[in-house]
Write a protein that binds this ligand. Structure first.
Ligand SMILES: *Cc1c(COP(=O)(O)O)cnc(C)c1O
Length: 366
């Protein structure tokens, strides 16, 4: 019996390279793009372990849970880590980065998450990139939750290591990811005796055995199902037009905020300033006395397929996430989420205006 997932032909080196080129076009980068055969945590960890060591002083910006993880990896590599944490209801500013770099002039590595699906904020990477470049530090960026939802431009922004994954706004699979690597970043890794080599975490292996060899021979059999899905999702973004895809995400975020304000019932945008709110997902703060995880459970009881989640860890008490990304970056998904949240709030005795929320979303979407 034939099956669409089974009995696949091996993916050729030329095909693999063409998918890398396609991802490079999406990021508008001339840097080397290496596609990694695993979820985005693979290049996120591989890039830190490759670039950081005992001589590194890293400014690690924490705007959500991923920044926390990067700090742990950096410390594990022997780096001196300066954590710059900002509250989850806001974004970090280029001014804060500049001040931290002035206070710690020995900083030679900066790690940042672009957009945080987990906390709903997005950081001004273009401005931050200017500050990092002026200082001369290597700039590492987690763009997993921003790619496809808003512009991600490693070359224009001076990002040396830019990691993306397909599973959020690109609407692709979780089992494949990519990283763009600048010449400076390759040089840093090559000079790092502790950089992973002959390891699944190693970016240098891909540099030496794949990129430098003219991309003729793959290191191992690629995950062809995930690679084909990655190719398909980039193709689909190209067909719709990246600007259109990003506009859909921006509209979904704006409409969710407008709808929630009109809904009332004590629910409000978690990220205070709309300019700091990520296009990929909108986080909401529940009123005192309403446990976010319970509210989400009630809202999902009617339709378990809605893209709603409670915040992770301690945030499960007060944060609701509307994950309006990929196929859910639509007016219909936003309306359905707010209607379900409104109904759940009503069940808990809160006064809500479902009709006003509907109109708020419609008017905002335009
Ligand atoms: C989603 C996401 C990732 C990938 O991690 P998962 O736990 O697999 O979802 C990495 N970084 C950021 C900022 C993300 O939002």
């Amino acid at each position: 019996m034939t099956h669409p997932f089974l009995d696949l032909a091996p993916l050729s080196a030329a095909h693999f390279a063409s998918i890398e080129d396609r991802v490079a076009r999406l990021l508008d980068t001339r840097q080397d793009v290496v596609i990694m055969q695993g979820e985005a945590l693979l290049p996120l960890e591989g890039a830190i372990r490759g670039a950081a060591g005992p001589g590194t002083t890293a400014l690690n910006v924490i705007t959500g849970p991923y920044g926390q993880a990067f700090g742990d990896w950096l410390r594990d590599c022997g780096a001196t880590v300066i954590d710059l944490a900002v509250p989850f209801h806001t974004a970090v500013t280029a001014e804060q980065i500049r001040a931290a770099l002035t206070e710690h002039p020995e900083t030679d590595f900066v790690s940042l998450v672009h957009a945080e699906a987990a906390t709903g904020n997005t950081n001004p990477v273009a401005e931050i990139g200017e500050a990092v470049r002026a200082h001369g530090a290597l700039f590492y960026l987690d763009a997993v939750a921003s790619v496809g939802a808003e512009p991600v431009l490693p070359d224009a922004w001076g990002v040396d290591l830019c990691v993306i994954g397909a599973q959020k706004a690109m609407g692709g699979p979780a089992g494949v990811s990519a990283v763009s690597v600048s010449e400076r970043a390759w040089a840093r890794m090559a000079a790092n005796p502790r950089a992973p080599r002959r390891s699944y975490l190693s970016l240098l292996d891909w540099k030496e055995r794949w990129v430098d060899g003219g991309r003729k021979v793959l290191l191992h059999a690629p995950a062809q199902l995930e690679m084909l899905a990655l190719e398909a999702c980039v193709e689909r973004i190209e067909a719709e037009g990246p600007a259109t895809v990003m506009a859909r995400h921006a509209s979904a975020a704006a409409a969710t905020r407008a709808g929630v304000v009109a809904l009332g019932g004590g629910l409000e945008p978690y990220v205070r300033d709309a300019a700091d709110a990520a296009p990929v997902a909108t986080t909401l703060r529940t009123p005192p006395g309403v446990m976010a995880s319970e509210l989400v459970a009630r809202a999902l009881a009617g339709d378990p397929a809605l893209p709603l989640a409670a915040g992770g860890g301690a945030l499960a008490r007060e944060m609701v996430r509307v994950n309006h990304y990929g196929a859910d970056a639509t007016v219909g998904a936003v309306q359905a989420c707010l209607a379900a949240l409104g109904a759940a709030l009503k069940e808990q005795g809160r006064t809500v205006d479902l009709a006003a929320a509907r109109r708020g979303v419609e008017n905002s979407w335009g």
